[in-house]
Design a protein around this ligand. Structure first.
Ligand SMILES: [Zn+2]
Length: 373
């Protein structure tokens, strides 16, 4: 999802990105407009698309702000032709049993459509009161020739479409939250995804018979549902992996009294990028190969002690990988020392994480196969 999107600024500190397929919306509106009036007026078409775009952003901000309020900050908003997706930063929150979070999830999901309903109701009642010549009930409801009327109907359409119980649309998220009252989050997501994909398939079939645009909507629903399922499964795997399963136990350490040149010499002979710094048996800091090089270039030789990072987090060997991940990302660290009774027993680094995860997955698979045979 991220790779196909371009950054478009920030709102309330949340990164806003436009998915490249958003261009489809422009083309679509252009085509339907020129089909209905012969030639389309470029300025008005752009104004209509800009207006829908703005309403989608407000919808997503509804999710993001309620999320922030409930302790789940938003990382980014990605705008797709079928609407937007707000990426919530759930890694900052331990995955609690669904029973505790389902109400929160429903609130966050409903906030988006609610924003559109409010816009539609407000704009509709103002128009009826002050500009009846707009003819709110005349067709076509959404067209570039009548922007005020389009504002009302586009928002009603956005609210209705997002309330479909087709995960990952907001209605589907409500459904998943309801499922998660009685089952674990991964199973709840799977069930919601299955229903979402049934909707996606129905859209594509209907599109073949009726309107080609529905095929595109179905296609995006399908892709989006799959992405969401994968991230839910990934999150649950992170919770089941203990640090002792994946930590490096064979690693190099430095002493605060080492000179930077000694440290560099050691770094040359090791595959590690990050080193724990140990005095006696105490962890006193961490330092990266890059930091050693930088310091050597900037100030010449010195001691590890004066350059090392004294602020670091440690983890216990029984801790889950998900919790270590939260610590790493919260402080932007690249290494976590694993301790037992104050003694350093291993390290987990971002660099070796993916590698050890892959190995662990293989070994679990082999063990399962051995059990089944
Ligand atoms: Zn939404």
């Amino acid at each position: 999802m991220r790779n196909w999107s371009i950054p478009a600024g920030r709102v309330f500190g949340i990164e806003l990105r436009i998915h490249l397929t958003f261009l489809f919306l422009l083309i679509f509106v252009w085509l339907t407009e020129s089909a209905s009036h012969g030639t389309a007026n470029a300025g008005r078409v752009l104004a209509l698309v800009g207006m829908i775009f703005g309403c989608v952003v407000l919808h997503e901000l509804g999710h993001a702000l309620v999320g922030m309020h409930s302790g789940v900050p938003a990382k980014a908003i990605i705008l797709l032709p079928i609407g937007g997706i707000t990426l919530l930063d759930e890694t900052q929150q331990p995955m609690e049993p669904g029973a505790l979070t389902w109400k929160r999830d429903i609130r966050i999901a409903l906030a988006g459509p609610l924003v559109n309903l409010i816009i539609a109701l407000a704009a509709g009642s103002i128009l009826l009161a002050v500009a009846p010549e707009i003819q709110l009930w005349a067709k076509p409801f959404v067209n570039s020739g009548n922007l005020p009327r389009s504002l009302v109907w586009a928002n009603l359409w956005l609210a209705a479409f997002n309330l479909l119980p087709a995960y990952p649309m907001d209605g589907g998220r409500v459904l998943r939250a309801l499922f998660s009252r009685h089952m674990d989050p991964v199973r709840a997501t799977r069930r919601a995804v299955t229903i979402g994909q049934a909707f996606a398939t129905a859209f594509m079939l209907a599109g073949m018979l009726w309107n080609i645009w529905l095929i595109t909507i179905g296609f995006f629903l399908f892709i989006a549902a799959q992405l969401e399922e994968r991230s839910a499964v990934f999150q649950s795997v992170l919770e089941t992996v203990r640090l002792e399963d994946i930590m490096l136990t064979d690693f190099a350490t430095l002493s605060p009294a080492d000179t930077l040149e000694d440290a560099l010499e050691k770094a040359v002979h090791s595959l590690q990028d990050d080193f724990p710094v140990i005095r006696g048996s105490d962890m006193v800091g961490v330092i990266s190969r890059q930091k050693i090089l930088q310091a050597l270039r900037a100030e010449g030789n010195g001691y590890v002690q004066s350059v090392m990072n004294r602020i670091f987090e440690v983890a216990q060997r029984q801790e889950s990988l998900a919790s270590a991940f939260r610590k790493l990302t919260a402080r932007n660290l690249s290494i976590i020392p694993v301790v037992e009774d104050q003694r350093l027993v291993g390290i987990v680094t971002l660099q070796n994480l993916m590698h050890s995860m892959a190995l662990l997955a293989e070994s679990r698979k082999l063990r399962k196969a051995a059990l089944n045979s």
